[in-house]
Design a protein around this ligand. Structure first.
Ligand SMILES: [Zn+2]
Length: 397
């Protein structure tokens, strides 16, 4: 199955590298990557007019190919990412740098796999809210950033696909898509280009961490005040779940979950007490965020702001510290933005809380892998599994 990626020169993509990389990871797809010869006459892409103009210039070989993807920085007049016409799909990567700090070749791979994934389905299933599934509609274009880092089918979509009767060719395509998505998410999570994964060097010996108490991992849940249910669930159920899911057995460590709730009422600036009595004695700080960051912490000597919030201070203690004897940081962000009505009295407050959280998320993007969650049930599943993986890979027995 031949797929052409026709690319505008202005996008600064290395055609040879991209072609090599894509073909290396695909068994049934043959990718051809080359420069676009179509001359743009207008400022915007207008469906279907522009599509028909481009389609008329396609060669016989292109017409006979499975599909032609054209990547450009010319904008759609409706600001969409793409609209398809026959076997031609022009993708607009207009304003890429405002949407994400990931390299543009990762975006090319994202749209390639997400469009091909849609071709596998009989029904048009899309998520109109961004949940980090390859079938997200991405009405909010900034969802592209999480979508590349996640690059996967969500549980529901995968189950649906597994129930569909696929032709042999579609089965092969699905296998290739899974491999390509894996390549995309593994590199994007580390803020790396998909090329770097291809040129992977031999694995460095990983220096393992030592748990503070042997065979036991102590984890503290850090969260601002808008995650009461999620917090309760993790504090009350995570330890038990970790055991019943056999994760304790698999990583050969017992899990103990803590929170500020452990502390007795006492004197002192609360954040300092929490840091000293809890955070500094943990193996892992696991932070969760929903729609706000929380109130700033204050330096008690100068009276000035110390950190943008208590939860921020706790997680930064973990991720800013590169020593393997300081706690490991893990972070989960709720994937849906708040939806306050414009009349709401507290609209401005909600908006500014959300903006502060977004700024914080951006500031840590290069320091830690964070993951989205869509419900408290999904959060506890993810947390239990990720803890098991991290403990097995990163901690000495
Ligand atoms: Zn899905």
């Amino acid at each position: 199955m031949r797929i052409n990626l026709i690319i505008d020169k202005g996008l600064n993509i290395d055609f040879t590298k991209l072609e090599f990389c894509l073909n290396k990871y695909s068994k049934s797809i043959e990718f051809k990557v080359y420069e676009n010869q179509f001359q743009w006459k207008e400022e915007y892409i207008v469906y279907p007019r522009t599509h028909i103009e481009i389609f008329d210039t396609l060669s016989q070989k292109e017409l006979n190919s499975y599909i032609n993807f054209l990547f450009t920085d010319v904008q759609y007049i409706n600001n969409f990412f793409y609209e398809g016409y026959e076997n031609l799909v022009p993708f607009s990567l207009f304003g890429w740098d405002y949407l994400t700090n990931l390299p543009i070749e990762n975006g090319v791979l994202f749209f390639t796999v997400s469009y091909l994934a849609r071709l596998l389905e009989n029904a048009e299933n899309r998520h109109y809210e961004n949940i980090g599934c390859v079938y997200d509609f991405l009405g909010d274009k900034r969802g592209i950033d999480d979508a590349m880092r996640q690059a996967s089918f969500c549980k529901n979509c995968l189950e649906r696909l597994n129930q569909e009767v696929l032709t042999e060719n579609d089965e092969k395509l699905l296998d290739d898509l899974k491999t390509l998505m894996n390549l995309l998410s593994t590199s994007s999570k580390w803020n790396k280009s998909i090329y770097e994964q291809t040129e992977r060097k031999p694995k460095k010996m990983l220096f393992k961490r030592k748990a503070i108490i042997k065979k036991e991992i102590n984890v503290v849940i850090a969260s601002p005040g808008d995650l009461i249910e999620e917090r309760e669930l993790l504090i009350d159920k995570l330890e038990r779940k970790f055991r019943t899911d056999k994760h304790e057995e698999m990583c050969k460590h017992r899990l103990k979950v803590h929170g500020w709730e452990d502390l007795a009422s006492q004197n002192g600036y609360p954040q300092d007490v929490i840091n000293e009595r809890i955070i500094h004695n943990m193996d892992i700080v696991l932070a969760i965020f929903k729609h706000k960051l929380g109130s700033p912490t204050i330096n008690q000597e100068t009276g000035r702001e110390r950190y943008p919030s208590g939860t921020a201070e706790e997680i930064l203690y973990a991720i800013d510290n590169k020593n393997t004897d300081s706690p490991l940081g893990m972070i989960y962000f709720y994937s849906k933005p708040p939806s306050p009505s414009f009349e709401a009295e507290n609209y401005n407050k909600l908006k500014s809380e959300w903006d502060r959280l977004k700024a914080f998320k951006q500031s840590i993007g290069n320091k830690v892998i964070y993951k989205p969650f869509t419900s408290k049930e999904e959060l506890i599943e993810l947390a239990s599994r990720d803890l098991m993986i991290n403990i097995s890979e990163l901690y000495e027995l």
